[in-house]
Write a new protein. Structure first.
Length: 289
């Protein structure tokens, strides 16, 4: 996309009302801008249907509760808001961003229990997250930042603050000509990319990190279902860095990434093999069915 997201045309749903895109603003003293008190969902619509939409809406509410934010909208109401926004923008194939945050209110310190919880929905056309990587395989850096212990942050929530180290890691990767970065967790195990889960293939079997300190993505769960349908053995386990050398194939999963092959992680190379292509094609078929 060329230009600023702030300058797009269209409508954004904010707290129950559709407003012009350029008028979807918040006050400088919005609590979330200072303390990252926000949760969000990224979703994709295909031919007018948002894939796994209700699961995303429920996760938004659950993430809010994990941050002591009771979102004042039900799953059904959030569902209606997403589709209303898509219709208002004339979109059938779209990226859908739902955001809930602590707004400006009576509190401006760390504590913010008296501030309102606000919700917005924006939709726009968004192509492939990694450009042409679906054909040739994405190139990943290895991040210096690690996914934190679940004792330090609510790692099961899709909380905005958890993405700070992801932004820094992706910036560093892009500076090296990479598409993204793979992150280790606080124990040194392979974890995920900055916004996508990761899978590996060895000898016809799949290995994927156990999501005990990072998000168990909805796309990840979908792909596990596709693998089960094919009776492919999957090992959900802790993966050590030195194991990367022995894997033959690799792919990423995420709403934005969909299923994207990986060709390189640091000094390790992977083929865009038959299983990777099959799962990517099966996912494309599923989301458009």
């Amino acid at each position: 996309m060329a230009g600023s997201y702030a300058e797009l045309d269209g409508r954004i749903w904010m707290d129950g009302t559709l407003v012009d895109w350029k008028d979807a603003n918040v006050h400088l003293l919005t609590h979330a801008m200072h303390y990252a008190s926000a949760v969000f969902e990224g979703e994709r619509a295909y031919s007018g249907t948002i894939f796994e939409s209700r699961k995303h809406s429920q996760r938004l509410i659950d993430s809010g509760r994990a941050l002591d934010m009771e979102i004042p909208w039900t799953v059904d109401e959030i569902e209606a808001a997403k589709y209303e926004t898509m219709r208002a923008n004339g979109l059938e194939d779209a990226y859908v961003r739902v955001l809930a945050w602590r707004g400006a209110g009576e509190d401006m310190g760390v504590s913010s229990s008296r501030n309102p919880i606000r919700v917005a929905v924006a939709t726009w056309a968004w192509g492939s997250y990694y450009g042409d990587a679906k054909r040739r395989g994405a190139r990943l850096d290895i991040a210096k930042w690690k996914r934190p212990s679940p004792e330090t942050a609510p790692s099961h929530a899709k909380a905005s603050g958890l993405y700070m180290i992801c932004t820094m890691s992706k910036h560093a990767a892009e500076a090296k000509g990479c598409s993204d970065a793979m992150m280790f967790d606080y124990r040194g195990y392979v974890a995920e990319a900055t916004g996508a889960n990761i899978f590996f293939v060895r000898n016809g079997e799949v290995h994927t990190p156990k999501p005990d300190c990072f998000l168990n993505g909805i796309t990840r769960q979908t792909v596990l279902g596709l693998l089960a349908d094919r009776q492919i053995k999957v090992h959900e386990r802790h993966i050590m860095p030195e194991e990367l050398e022995g894997f033959e194939q690799c792919w990423l999963t995420g709403t934005a990434a969909e299923v994207t092959p990986v060709g390189q992680i640091g000094d390790y190379n992977f083929e865009v093999g038959a299983m990777t292509r099959d799962i990517a094609e099966a996912y494309e078929t599923l989301v458009r069915s």
